[in-house]
Design a protein around this ligand. Structure first.
Ligand code: GDP
Length: 312
């Protein structure tokens, strides 16, 4: 087993309008600036490109940013109601969550369901109190409300000791105190590195990939997304699909992608711990395991269907 200290996988939970898009957008911009500084490249960002990206952020389910040599995969979660167990599946894919709350409104009932699932999955949360610049902001009160919510949801003592970061996502500023924001999101990035555990994985064992979402691409066909739980997956490698009923059939992966900014980037291979997308397997379904043909072992089943839960 190795610790992928170069990687973090987080889900972002937010009530609509609390600033998720704006925050992820600022993280994307700043991670590019950090990277450019590292490479001592002085290139002014093309504002048109950023505007274009902004439009796309809303649609991207998976985003990845780089900070100090660490790749942070950010997975979006459905806002409130759970459709077919999607929230659980997302929680299965990550190692911690960012809970974004508005500094005026505080935590909303609709995010309760998602937060409960995150806590049940054993995850730690970083609470991000956003819109700290709003005149009626009441950050301390909001943090207390959030703490009460954690307790109501049955958080463990450890989970209830969440880290809090205060942000103005519009300006891309963050701080550990509501009274003093840094003029970048560095405190947030540092907190993610510090508080979210890196995946501990076996990169040499037989491949195990859990099909978590499935989408369709006009050119590439079916795209399966999920976490590579074990091993190193390579293009063209002999693999099998283990269906939920245990049926095993041979498959071949034609393309492997990792996330980079808002894009899917094709790679020759990927290592356990990362969130990846694979193409070439047309008949797999959510909940299936893609495994090494020589040592096919299914992953524990994940919830795929369940009634939609309504929050009051
Ligand atoms: P989402 O629905 O959670 O993705 O929310 P958006 O990112 O679209 O933000 C909702 C609104 O809040 C937009 O009008 C943003 O400009 C605004 N907003 C986001 N972050 C901040 C902030 O830190 N301060 C203020 N004042 N407004 C913000």
């Amino acid at each position: 087993m190795i610790q992928r200290t170069d990687l973090r996988n987080i889900a972002i939970i937010a009530h609509v309008d609390h600033g998720k898009t704006t925050l992820v957008d600022a993280m994307l911009k700043q991670s590019r600036i950090f990277r450019q500084n590292q490479q001592v490249e002085e290139r002014v960002l093309d504002s048109n490109a950023l505007e274009r990206e902004r439009g796309i952020t809303i649609l991207a389910k998976n985003t990845a940013v780089n900070y100090r040599g660490v790749k942070i995969n950010i997975v979006d979660t459905p806002g409130h109601a759970d459709f077919g167990g999607e929230v659980e599946r997302v929680m299965n894919m990550v190692d911690g969550v960012l809970l974004l709350v508005d500094a005026v409104d505080g935590p909303m009932p609709q995010t309760k369901f998602v937060l409960r699932k995150a806590l049940q999955a054993g995850h730690h949360a970083i609470v991000v109190v956003n819109k700290i610049d709003r005149p009626q902001a009441r950050p301390n009160h909001v943090v207390n409300e959030t703490f009460d919510l954690f307790v109501d949801l049955g958080a463990t003592d450890e989970q209830a000791e969440f880290a809090t970061i205060y942000t103005n996502a519009l300006l891309g500023h963050a701080g550990r105190s509501p009274l003093k924001l840094h003029d970048s999101l560095e405190p947030l990035f540092e907190c993610i590195l510090d508080r979210i555990p890196p995946p501990t994985v076996d990169v040499e064992g037989p491949v195990q990939f859990l099909v978590t979402t499935s989408s369709y691409d006009e050119y590439k066909g079916k795209i399966l997304t999920g976490r590579l739980v074990r091993g190193t997956i390579r293009k063209g490698q002999p693999l099998v699909r283990i269906a939920r009923d245990g049926t095993i059939s041979p498959v071949k992966v034609s393309q492997i992608f990792v996330y980079n900014g808002l894009e899917r980037q094709e790679v020759e291979q990927a290592q356990a711990g990362d969130i990846i997308a694979i193409a070439g397997i047309s008949d797999a379904a959510i909940g299936d395991t893609i495994a090494d043909a020589l040592a096919p072992e299914a992953l524990p089943p994940i919830k795929v269907e369940e009634p939609t839960v309504r929050m009051t």
